[in-house]
Design a protein around this ligand. Structure first.
Ligand code: E4P
Length: 217
C-alpha cells in the first residue's frame, strides 16, 4: 500500500517525506485555504513547491464544476509538473472530464466518493485513483471500511485498473484496516502516520535497554 500525506502544509509534508516512506501528496481546497494561500499564482507556486519536495503523485483539485471549466483548469494544473494528478469531484461533468483527461494522458483522482456506484463510474471513465472518504462515512454513522472492502472486491472481480485511494483518514487504525482491506493507497494526516510508530511496550522496552546499556558502557 502506498502512503500519501493529506495536507498542503509544507513543514508536515517535509516531516513525512524525511521518514522515507512517502509516495505522494493529496490536497483539497479546504487544505489549501488552511495554509492561507491566496490567488491563482500563489496556488500554482504552492503545488510546484510540493512537487519539487516529493517524488510521487501530487493531487491538485479543480474548483470548476462544468466539463469545459474542469478540463481547462485541469490542463493548467497538469502543466505545472509531470507528477500532478488532477483531482475531480464525483459529479456528472466530473466523469465526462475524467474521460477526457484519460484519453489525453492526464492522471486523475476522482474525489468525494461515498458509494460503490460512484466508484464504478470513476473506474469506467478511467480515473487513475478513486478517493472513498472513509472518515466522513464513519462520521455519518455508517462504516467507511465496508466501502473499501466492497470496492476492492468489485475492482478485482472486474479487473478495473483504477487505484483505491482511501481518504478522510482519522486515525492509525484506519490505516491498518485499509492495508488489511487491500486499498492501493492511503492518504493520511501526519498525526495518523506518526501514530503508527507508537506502542507503550516499545517505549518501556527501550528505556530498559538504555538503562541496562549504562552497566556496560
Ligand atoms: C483527500 O483526498 C480528501 O480531500 C481528504 O482526505 C478529506 O479528508 P477530511 O474528511 O478529513 O476532510
Amino acid at each position: 500500500m502506498k502512503f500519501f500525506i493529506d495536507t498542503a502544509n509544507l513543514a508536515q509534508i517535509k516531516e513525512a517525506n524525511d521518514l522515507g516512506i512517502l509516495d505522494g501528496v493529496t490536497t483539497n481546497p479546504s487544505l489549501m485555504a488552511k495554509e492561507g494561500i491566496k490567488g491563482q499564482e500563489a496556488v500554482m507556486k504552492h503545488y510546484k513547491d510540493i512537487c519539487e519536495m516529493v517524488d510521487g503523485d501530487i493531487s491538485a483539485e479543480v474548483i470548476s464544476t462544468d466539463v469545459d471549466g474542469i478540463i481547462a483548469e485541469g490542463k493548467k494544473l497538469a502543466a505545472i509538473h509531470e507528477n500532478i494528478v488532477v483531482k475531480v469531484p464525483m459529479i456528472k461533468d466530473g466523469i465526462k472530464a475524467i474521460k477526457w483527461f484519460t484519453e489525453n494522458g492526464i492522471k486523475t483522482n476522482c474525489t468525494l466518493v461515498f458509494s460503490a456506484g460512484q466508484a464504478i463510474l470513476a473506474a469506467k471513465a478511467g480515473a487513475t485513483y478513486v478517493s472513498p472518504f472513509i472518515g466522513r462515512i464513519d462520521d455519518s454513522g455508517w462504516d467507511g471500511m465496508e466501502l473499501i472492502h466492497q470496492l476492492r472486491q468489485i475492482y478485482s472481480v472486474q479487473g478495473f485498473e483504477t487505484e483505491i485511494l482511501a481518504a478522510s483518514i482519522r486515525n492509525p487504525n484506519h490505516i491498518i484496516k485499509c492495508a488489511e482491506a487491500g486499498a492501493d493507497v492511503c492518504t493520511c494526516p501526519l498525526d495518523s502516520i506518526l501514530g503508527l510508530l507508537k506502542h507503550p511496550l516499545t517505549d518501556i522496552g527501550l528505556a530498559k535497554f538504555l538503562e541496562d546499556a549504562k552497566k556496560f558502557a
